[in-house]
Design a protein around this ligand. Structure first.
Ligand SMILES: [Zn+2]
Length: 181
C-alpha cells in the first residue's frame, strides 16, 4: 500500500480534471473515499487470508473490475441524478479512475506482492516496470518510525507533487481557455 492519505490526494488530483464550479463537494469526497476502499482487504489478514489469495491484500479489491463495480455502485446508490455540471457518466469515470489509481500506485511501490489488476480473470500480481514509491507499512503504528518518514518523503515526491502539478496544469489550461470551461 501507499498510505491512505496519499491515495486520497491522488484521487483529488484526478478530481481536478473533472472539476466544474457548482459540483457538490460530496462528489470529490466520495472519489477520495473510493481511492482508499481497496485497502480494506487488509482485514483479510486477521481471518487467515493469505497475501497472495484472491481476497488477499492487493488482490481482487485492487483490480480494474472492482474499480468498475465500485464506481457503478456509488453512482447507482449515491448519485441517482447528475450533479450540477457533471453528468453521471463522467462521474462514473471519475470514481472508476479514483479507485483504479489505487492499484496503479500500489504497483509502483517497491515492496509486497504486485497488484491483481485482471482479477478475477487472472490472479497474476503485477508491478509496473518502474517502482519509485517506498512501500508503506501495513498498520498505523509502524508508520511513525524512520521508515515511515522515508515512505512519506517518497509519497510526497511521487504522489503529492504529481497530483498538485496535474491540478495546476488543468487549472492553467482552463484559465487559458476562458471562463466558459
Ligand atoms: Zn492497496
Amino acid at each position: 500500500m501507499a498510505s491512505a492519505f496519499s491515495h486520497a490526494v491522488a484521487a483529488l488530483g484526478i478530481a481536478a480534471c473533472f472539476y466544474r464550479p457548482g459540483t457538490p463537494k460530496r462528489v470529490w469526497v466520495m472519489g477520495a473515499f473510493c481511492s482508499v476502499i481497496p485497502d480494506l482487504d487488509v482485514i483479510g489478514f486477521r481471518f487467515g487470508i493469505h497475501y497472495g489469495d484472491f481476497w488477499g491484500h492487493r488482490g481482487f479489491t485492487h483490480s480494474l473490475l472492482f474499480a468498475a463495480l465500485l464506481a457503478s455502485a456509488v453512482v447507482l446508490t449515491g448519485f441517482r441524478q447528475a450533479a450540477p455540471g457533471l453528468g453521471r457518466l463522467p462521474m462514473w469515470v471519475y470514481f472508476f479512475l479514483a479507485t483504479a489509481s489505487h492499484g496503479l500506485l500500489d504497483a509502483m511501490t517497491d515492496g509486497g506482492l504486485g497488484v491483481a489488476f485482471l482479477a478475477p480473470f487472472d490472479n497474476h500480481r503485477y508491478f509496473l516496470p518502474w517502482t519509485p514509491i517506498r512501500v508503506s507499512p501495513i498498520g498505523v503504528a509502524r508508520f511513525f518510525t524512520n521508515r515511515g518518514l522515508d515512505v512519506l518523503q517518497s509519497e510526497l515526491l511521487w504522489i503529492w507533487l504529481p497530483a498538485a502539478l496535474l491540478a495546476l496544469s488543468v487549472w492553467l489550461m482552463r484559465r487559458r481557455a476562458g471562463p466558459s470551461m
